[in-house]
Design a protein around this ligand. Structure first.
Ligand code: HEC
Ligand code: HEC
Length: 263
């Protein structure tokens, strides 16, 4: 009996989780935690009771780089600036607190957020989550079958779990703080994946993204950047039917276009 793709995803992720814990346990028993953020009920409540109007006011100070709604009408690609619109609120919250705590090292971003209270951080994060994800910026025809395979299947030979298992089948992000990747600009995507790979970005809990990025080649990271930049608001992705039995999203002989703009 053939396992559903979801079961395969779960198996690989479970395996991967154990492996990552072992690796982390061995290599960094005495290391500092990668983040101080813990999803206590107190922290969750900050987000649940967030003041969106106050969040919008704060976001006005971020618009020069992240765009008025976090996506921007003018291209931000050259500046390695991530989108914030449509991002999972918990993911944005975690990243801002990590900047404040210098768990994620970026002096410029630290300056921008250091005076925000925890409630302010929750408010601005919740505001961005009410916005739509960015529009795709890369033509779906550019996406390679290899990228689709990595997203949907991973690579068992290299202990590489499928990105979709955590980031969602449409790159929409997931509970609690797994960021959305749909519509992310390629420049930021490549920069931050390379930072994980080089251990310049170390705020991922259990080193999960550092582990994944260290396995990927530069070329694969670029192809994955194109994959996610080809998605976003207005696209219907290849994996929406993945819950069904025997869906085979990757046909090596006959690669399908991954994302058709639904217009
Ligand atoms: C001068 C330009 C600039 C301003 C103003 C700015 N940011 Fe940023 N922001 C950046 C850049 C560049 C990065 C990527 C930094 C890195 O690689 O760590 C970033 C990263 C982030 C991230 C991480 C997102 C992710 O996907 O991991 C968050 C969250 C964020 N900024 C929130 C804010 C908020 C909230 C404000 C306003 C209070 C703000 N930023 C103001 C340029 C800016
Ligand atoms: C085991 C779950 C898991 C898997 C599998 C996974 N990710 Fe992640 N990813 C995360 C989490 C959690 C974060 C946030 C980490 C942090 O706080 O820095 C993240 C962060 C990221 C970021 C940074 C987002 C931002 O806005 O800064 C990128 C890019 C990314 N992942 C790409 C990928 C790609 C590509 C794959 C597949 C090759 C993948 N991830 C597989 C859990 C996962």
């Amino acid at each position: 009996m053939q396992k559903t793709l979801n079961n395969q995803l779960k198996t690989i992720i479970a395996l991967f989780g154990v492996l990552a814990l072992v690796v982390v346990g061995i290599s960094s028993a005495n290391a500092e935690p990668s983040s101080n953020v813990a999803w206590t009920s107190e922290t969750r409540n900050l987000l649940k009771n967030a003041d969106i109007a106050n969040g919008e006011k704060i976001a006005n100070k971020c618009g020069s780089c992240h765009g008025e709604d976090g996506t921007d009408a003018t291209p931000i690609e050259e500046e390695d600036t991530p989108f914030l619109a449509g991002q999972i609120a918990h993911a944005t919250y975690k990243q801002i607190i990590d900047y404040q705590d210098k768990k994620r090292d970026d002096k410029m971003m630290l300056k921008k957020v250091k005076s925000l209270s925890k409630q302010d951080v929750a408010d601005v994060s919740a505001f961005y989550a009410t916005q739509a994800l960015p529009m795709p910026s890369v033509d779906a025809a550019k996406v390679t079958p290899e990228a689709i395979r990595l997203v949907t299947r991973g690579d068992g030979d290299r202990f590489l779990p499928p990105c979709a298992g955590c980031h969602g089948l449409n790159g929409e992000g997931s509970i609690v703080d797994v960021p959305a990747l749909a519509g992310q600009n390629t420049s930021y995507f490549i920069t931050t994946m390379t930072a994980y790979k080089d251990e310049d970005r170390e705020n991922d809990i259990y080193s999960r993204m550092r582990f994944i990025a260290s396995i990927l080649t530069e070329k694969e990271i670029e192809e994955l950047a194109d994959y996610y930049a080809s998605t976003g608001t207005g696209t219907e992705l290849l994996m929406v039917e993945s819950d069904e039995e025997e869906v085979s999203p990757v046909e090596p002989e006959e690669p399908k276009a991954p994302a058709e703009p639904s217009s």
